[in-house]
Design a protein. Structure first.
Length: 319
């Protein structure tokens, strides 16, 4: 099981191609984009081509989840998505007998598969028909679990050849190829009270990218009813001081009101420039490969529902 965020950020099972509306001559490996370029295979998402990645940093490993839906995968079939490594958990083979990973995933931390659709417990809900915009509901209900473990449920685009497009075979989009912008319709509402001292019930947009051999994580907070931390003068809630060759920073972003749906937009290039002192000193280095973009429902001892729809992950031409 690969670990995507918060913890180890390792390699293995968590993607790029010619973007929608662009030709091979318009987008070449390692050169800036010249037009707005989607770097995910399934913006929205619109297609039921998903699985679940379960992470157990503090709990004993449970059985591999069998929750997946491959009914919409044909819409995103592409030879650059071929990857045998996911076949054990996502048994999808396209019309050309190529095995491939999900186009997107639900990712959970500190929940087991037998706690899905239960209370307390978690769920990843998908509303809508494949081929039309889907609404993803993320239930993260830990208020009555009886401990104060961090628990997360996320919607995730990750890995070249799975979710993320490649500019050319064997290549990655670099964070330096354009201004990386993420936007989506976001909803969040907490139910009940907090059971732990850390009043955490937040929605964040997270970017994971590499900077040479280091991994960087930028988390942007949009919903924070418990005010679990107060940001410093820079707008930083927390950072890890770049320990263990990983730089992580959590910052204040565009806020949304409880119980309403709002359009959230994040310019990650601007944030990387602003918070370069927390990210190893480099703003947007040339070898900054995009690894994952995630919308994360994160709680300790709280019940939180979030919803995500109409997600866009694009590189915009440099200013």
């Amino acid at each position: 099981m690969r670990r995507l965020f918060r913890y180890a950020l390792g390699a293995a099972p968590l993607a790029l191609l010619i973007p929608f509306g662009a030709t091979a001559s318009q987008v070449s490996a390692g050169s800036p984009v010249t037009q707005s370029t989607s770097i995910v295979f399934d913006p929205g998402p619109k297609n039921r081509c998903f699985g679940v990645v379960e992470e157990f940093p503090d709990l004993p490993a449970g059985p591999q989840s069998t929750y997946y839906d491959a009914s919409g995968c044909r819409a995103v079939d592409n030879e650059l998505r071929a990857d045998d490594s996911c076949f054990g958990r996502f048994p999808y083979t396209d019309s050309n007998n190529r095995k491939s990973c999900p186009a997107w995933d639900f990712v959970t931390v500190n929940w087991k598969s037998d706690q899905r659709t239960k209370y307390p417990g978690y769920d990843g809900q998908v509303s809508g028909s494949s081929g039309s915009p889907l609404k993803l509901g993320l239930e993260n209900n830990a208020q009555q679990v009886g401990d104060c473990l961090l628990r997360e449920v996320a919607f995730s685009y990750h890995y070249p050849s799975s979710s993320l497009r490649r500019p050319a075979p064997g290549q990655h989009y670099n964070f330096a190829d354009g201004r990386l912008k993420v936007s989506y319709d976001a909803y969040a509402k907490q139910s009940g009270t907090f059971a732990c001292g850390e009043k955490r019930a937040i929605l964040t947009t997270d970017l994971i990218y590499t900077d040479g051999d280091r991994k960087n994580v930028i988390s942007v907070v949009h919903f924070n009813p418990g005010k679990f931390m107060q940001p410093n003068a820079d707008g930083v809630f927390w950072n890890n001081g770049c320990q263990n060759n990983t730089c992580r920073v959590t910052v204040q972003g565009q806020e949304i009101a409880a119980g309403t749906t709002s359009r959230v937009s994040v310019d990650f290039t601007a944030l990387a420039e602003k918070y370069r002192a927390y990210l190893g000193g480099s703003a947007v280095p040339a070898e900054s490969k995009v690894i994952a973009v995630q919308m994360v429902n994160s709680t300790t001892g709280a019940d939180l529902r979030t919803e995500v729809s109409n997600a866009s992950v694009t590189l915009e031409p440099p200013a």
